[in-house]
Design a protein around this ligand. Sequence first.
Ligand code: B12
Ligand code: SF4
Ligand code: SF4
Length: 373
Amino acid sequence: MPHPTELGEIARRIRAHAADLGFADLGFARGVPPEDEAHLERWLELGRHGTMHYMARHGRKRSRPALLVPGTLTVISVRMDYLHQDALPIEALLATPERAAISRYALGRDYHKVLRGRLLRLARWIAGEIGPFGYRVFVDSAPVLEKALAREAGLGWIGKHTNLIHPRAGSWFFLGEIYTDLDLPSDRAPEPDRCGTCTRCLAACPTGAILAPYELDARRCISYLTIENRGPIPLELRPLLGNRIFGCDDCQAVCPWNRFARKVSIPDFAPRPGLDGALLTELFGWSEEEFLRRTEGSALRRAGYEGFLRNLAVALGNGPPSPEAIAALEARREHPSPLVREHVAWALARLTASAAATPEAKDRSADPPAPRD
Ligand code: B12
Ligand code: SF4
Ligand code: SF4
């Protein structure tokens, strides 16, 4: 173990090497204050985690690093920007309802793999510099309170939409950590909360999932509904999803601090060919084999093939009642999965109703239009 006076210099060099590995920032945290633990526990008690049972499974290991990895003294927290220069603006996709709006973070290679590989390289480099030390690397892979740790490490503040924001870099970034038994100095104070009187994210959320500033009900969040949720999407929320088939970016897209976000050219985060701006009907035509092949090493895998079709059915049902959309849904009417069949039936009923309600249809038929749900 190095002498304490050497540790400040080591911390400086770790930060410099992290930048060489592509991390946008790095800081050191000892743990999180008791308020975060209390908020987490209240959130769980209120059931706001829905079916994400892994959020409740590990007790206080999530809020106390040394309970998860005994001997942990310092958490090295990193962030990595992901908004790729080649990605289409999400606003443009939301304005074209026949196309799929995929959350910008999921267009390239799975971030867990990208960050984990680089964090391991960073940890091995540190060991090469100072000798063996105890460490574990995490990227959303264990009970870790990543945002609160990053805030304590000086990487930003948790905004009213509950994502971490940096005043000069916005919020389009991922977080990762190295839990270490090194006694590294916290060399930065946490960033102050700069949300001020702004409430844009609360107003922009399509499903009203941000119940109050800093309070997210995951059960209403489109990210949860389209990725984590394995069951049906609640009927009353389906029309609100629009064409968002995997995750949602709305609360971040309206955040004024994202004016300062830098776009990246990291090849791992470049959109996969044919994915960004793809037609819903095209994606809905993928076989399971094609889904598995096209989503190899991608975060999109997490929804599973059934979940992917479920989400696409909802998006098609929310889109224009074109012959192509109706034909694509008809082709999946007898899908072996009851989950997919039910969402397809919902979408077809909706499209048929809206086709009947268009002025052209009214001209063609004397029948009253079918009611919309
Ligand atoms: C569960 C989870 C989700 C859930 C729940 C989100 C949530 N806010 O908790 C769902 C599936 C909805 C989700 C969605 C998304 N996620 Co997510 N998710 C996680 C995960 C695994 C745990 C988050 C967690 O601890 N939640 C627990 C609750 C209690 O946390 P919280 O609501 O933020 O509350 C904290 C504070 O806000 C505060 N607090 C709570 N209540 C109150 C009340 C008051 C009054 C106050 C003052 C404070 C306060 O205390 C709590 C503890 O610190 C982390 C990875 C990890 N291991 O940390 C990624 C993570 C948070 N997700 C991430 C991302 C990118 C997303 C999405 C943007 C993806 C997308 N585009 O679809 C969305 C954003 C949705 C949103 N507005 O938050 C990134 C965020 C990066 C960043 N810049 O912050 C993370 C860190 C993954 C990573 N390694 O990069 N996610
Ligand atoms: S990700 Fe979308 S649904 Fe979830 S809180 Fe943000 S705006 Fe709302
Ligand atoms: S949109 Fe406004 S309130 Fe929401 S996180 Fe950004 S600055 Fe804070």
